[in-house]
Ligand binder design. Structure first.
Ligand SMILES: Nc1ncnc2c1ncn2[C@@H]1O[C@H](COP(=O)(O)OP(=O)(O)OP(=O)(O)O)[C@@H](O)[C@H]1O
Length: 249
């Protein structure tokens, strides 16, 4: 469904992506791992058409993302959960969740948007009384749930999760990982997740792709990762300071 072929992207002389090939089949969950600054976020931005590669092609359902025509309709197919929940401080929780249902091509009547927001909040384990609170009144874990409710509000076909557990304690991270996996399975969505958290990888992924040196170093089913016999993958999943991946101390 999502295919990156020989994607190259540089910023000045920083050649970040050097020929990325990646295929994410419909209805599956791919997790991208790799060190800081290896270009994981850039990969996702190229799919959304927010970053244009110098070389290579990216297709969604066979359609070149740089030639989508109606950008609003194209972006309406995606949901995103950002690293910091990225909620609007001045808007009550329900309007954060319903943000995209209140404008653009997904616009619904206000009452309907609110109803959907409350249903999605319930899906992520939040009660309707949260709907009229402001994000600042919620804990970090609750804010993450609100971000998740927002990502699924418009029943997107494709969802991107950018470091969904960053900043959460291990128990709350586990809850969010389980919720993501459940929701993705029940929605049948196609997803790409960026994470450094191996618990997230093992909970969320069908397939894992490791980005290193501007290319996909290893990819395969999550069940194969421990037997990958790749020193880069091995170092990453075991969190070792020693190994082929250079670390800045
Ligand atoms: N708009 C930009 N202008 C210049 N350089 C950029 C820009 N966006 C990203 N980069 C550079 O591209 C590289 C990859 O960035 P990216 O955010 O994709 O990394 P990442 O793998 O997601 O890292 P992290 O795990 O730390 O979030 C970095 O070196 C970054 O500095």
């Amino acid at each position: 469904m999502i295919t990156l072929s020989d994607v190259h992207k540089s910023f000045g002389d920083n050649h970040v992506l050097r020929g990325v090939d990646l295929h994410v089949p419909r209805g599956t969950s791919t997790v991208i791992i790799g060190g800081s600054g290896t270009g994981k976020s850039i990969c996702i931005k190229t799919v959304l058409g927010l970053v244009t590669p110098e070389r290579g092609t990216i297709t969604v359902d066979g359609q070149d993302v740089t030639k989508t025509g109606d950008r609003d309709a194209f972006l309406a197919r995606f949901g995103m959960l950002f690293q910091a929940a990225a909620l609007f401080d001045s808007l009550p929780v329900w309007q954060n969740v319903a943000f995209r249902l209140m404008r653009g091509s997904l616009k619904r009547p206000r009452d309907e948007a609110r109803e959907i927001a409350i249903e999605k909040l319930r899906r992520v384990g939040l009660t309707p009384d949260v709907a009229d609170r402001l994000p600042a009144e919620l804990s970090g874990g609750m804010q993450k749930r609100v971000g998740l409710a927002r990502a699924i509000a418009a029943d997107p076909e494709i969802i991107f999760f950018d470091e969904p557990t960053t900043g959460l304690d291990p128990i709350m991270a586990g809850v969010i990982n389980d919720l993501i996996r459940e929701i993705v399975t029940e929605m049948g969505a196609t997803t790409m997740t960026i994470t450094h958290d191996m618990t997230s990888v093992r909970t969320i992924a069908d397939n894992v792709a490791m980005l290193h040196g501007g290319k996909i170093r290893w990819t395969g089913p999550v069940a194969d990762i421990d037997a990958a016999h790749d020193p880069y993958v091995d170092q990453f999943i075991n969190g070792r300071a020693e190994g082929p991946i250079e670390t800045v101390r």
